[in-house]
Design a protein. Structure first.
Length: 128
């Protein structure tokens, strides 16, 4: 059991629950998410992971379908964006002869290579 990883994920939830209660943050996300229910969750997922982002942003929108699509897309990108990605990186990092920097470089290239076209598709075609 990787308790450090589990603690990190718990901290994401505690952080998002507390940060969303700050008036300036609440006001910011209330304003930002309007008509950006896919883009904002996808971007926020890059720094706090997609599940905590969904929990945090759920109070700011009634469009649950778009919010879930945004955090699903947000699972792409950084290794932090999805707990599954973080777990796979931890397993790889502990393997004999692992090359974590190379792993992160390839992982990031592939994931951002998928995330960016999907977000551009949404912004320029679907969102119009």
């Amino acid at each position: 059991m990787d308790y450090a990883l589990l603690a990190t994920f718990v901290c994401f939830f505690v952080f998002t629950g507390n940060i969303a209660r700050i008036e300036a943050v609440s006001s910011f996300f209330s304003q930002m998410i309007r008509s950006n229910e896919i883009l904002v969750p996808a971007l926020l997922s890059q720094v706090i992971s997609n599940v905590p982002a969904a929990v945090m942003l759920s109070g700011f929108t009634d469009n649950g379908t778009a919010l879930l699509l945004g955090v699903d897309l947000g699972g792409l990108g950084t290794v932090i964006a999805s707990l599954a990605s973080l777990i796979s990186f931890q397993f790889y990092r502990k393997a004999e002869d692992s090359r974590p920097v190379r792993y992160l470089a390839v992982f990031s290239a592939v994931n951002f290579g998928m995330l960016i076209p999907f977000l551009l598709l949404h912004i320029f075609i679907i969102h119009k």
